[in-house]
Design a binder for this molecule. Structure first.
Ligand code: SAM
Ligand code: SF4
Length: 329
């Protein structure tokens, strides 16, 4: 298992398969985004498989596919099939806005995908549209239902909380967990990149403590869940008599750098060492210049060794130049 210089066990690889998206969430992607990695620049399914094999060889156990919107990748099933067959990978999941799941969920499950996180910021169709801009609530909800029917469980919902847009909606989202065995996780806004989305993220920040207070006032006490997994970025609770779990991901108010177990691979084949730092190591060049698996492993081990810790988000300072859709959330 690879440990980094802060003795963190890095065993989770988040792979961005594409930087395009069919949504334009206000805090993630500017409306006029027009620069993307070219098709030729994206890692191919074969190249992704090679990286995952190398990762598994040195002890990585979990893989998550993300983006941009991973379901926009036309060869996604091929990618999933290849990763699912890699020895040593025990968990293969995907983060998605869900819109294309009604037509893809069954095939993804058959290809070997274990589970999905669906990103839904509000149960109110109008506020959903205001935040996520290009998608509709009913499409995303149909995607969530398709994922559950296909067995891509346990279902997790991700909601980013944004002042002036959806901070009251945490109550209805949390209420879903009373009858459903789902995990609903509220994410604090991070000002990533250098554009209007980062500015909005800075100005419209809501701390998790506010969301917790709102939920407890409206529904009831949030009791911490026993056996929290320390590598889980989410701090988890249960509402009274609830089937599911309410989680809070608080990178700004409660940084979890000390237990971070992640390495990221960008769509253009760079190991991105930390979401809040621009340091990257190019693995695509090695893959495309005929380098062997030993070299790919060495680049990944170097990435693990150089992984930084700490950030200054709590002071309103972000040093990251790339946005979430470009890195892979
Ligand atoms: N398109 C997919 C989706 O939305 O789930 C996958 C990629 S998206 C970049 C992954 C996650 O990043 C989403 O759950 C989204 O809520 C989160 N995200 C995007 N921008 C963010 C920001 N500025 N701060 C916090 N979370 C953000
Ligand atoms: Fe697209 Fe996901 Fe970013 Fe929203 S958060 S714009 S769905 S990549």
């Amino acid at each position: 298992m690879p440990n980094d210089r802060y003795d963190r066990n890095i065993n989770y690889l988040r792979i961005s398969v594409i930087d395009h998206c069919n949504f334009r969430c206000v805090y993630c992607m500017p409306l006029d985004t027009s620069k993307y990695v070219s098709s030729a620049g994206l890692l191919t399914p074969e190249e992704i498989e090679r990286v995952v094999r190398s990762a598994a060889d040195i002890g990585f156990e979990k893989v998550r596919l993300t983006g941009g919107e991973p379901t926009l990748r036309s060869d996604l099933l091929d990618i999933v099939e290849r990763i699912a067959k890699v020895d040593g990978i025990k968990d293969l999941s995907m983060t998605t806005n869900g819109v294309l799941l009604p037509r893809m969920a069954k095939a993804l499950a058959s290809a070997g995908l274990n589970r999905v996180n669906v990103h839904i910021d509000s149960l109110d169709p109008q506020r959903f549209a205001k935040l996520m801009r290009f998608g509709t609530f009913s499409e995303a909800w149909a995607g969530l239902e398709a994922a559950e029917a296909a067995g891509l469980t346990p279902i997790k919902i991700n909601a980013v909380v944004v002042r002036g847009y959806n901070e009251e909606d945490v109550v209805d989202l949390a209420r879903l967990t009373i009858d459903k065995p789902w995990t609903v996780r509220f994410i604090e806004l991070m000002p990533l990149g250098n554009n209007e989305c980062a500015r909005l993220a800075k100005d419209n920040f809501v701390p998790s403590s506010d969301s917790m207070r709102r939920i407890e006032t409206a529904i009831g006490r949030l009791t911490p869940v026993d056996n929290q997994n320390l590598a889980d970025e989410s701090v988890n609770y249960r509402l009274p008599d609830a089937e599911g779990i309410v989680g809070f991901i608080s990178p700004v108010s409660n940084p979890y750098c000390g237990t971070c177990n992640r390495m990221r691979l960008t769509a253009d084949g760079r190991f991105h060492l930390c979401l809040l730092n621009d340091d990257e190591l190019d693995v695509r060049a090695a893959l495309r210049s005929g380098k062997g698996d030993a070299e790919v492993r060495e680049i990944l081990l170097n990435a693990v060794r150089q992984k930084p810790t700490g950030h200054r988000l709590h002071e309103g300072i972000s040093t990251a130049q790339r946005s979430m859709f470009q890195i892979g959330g």
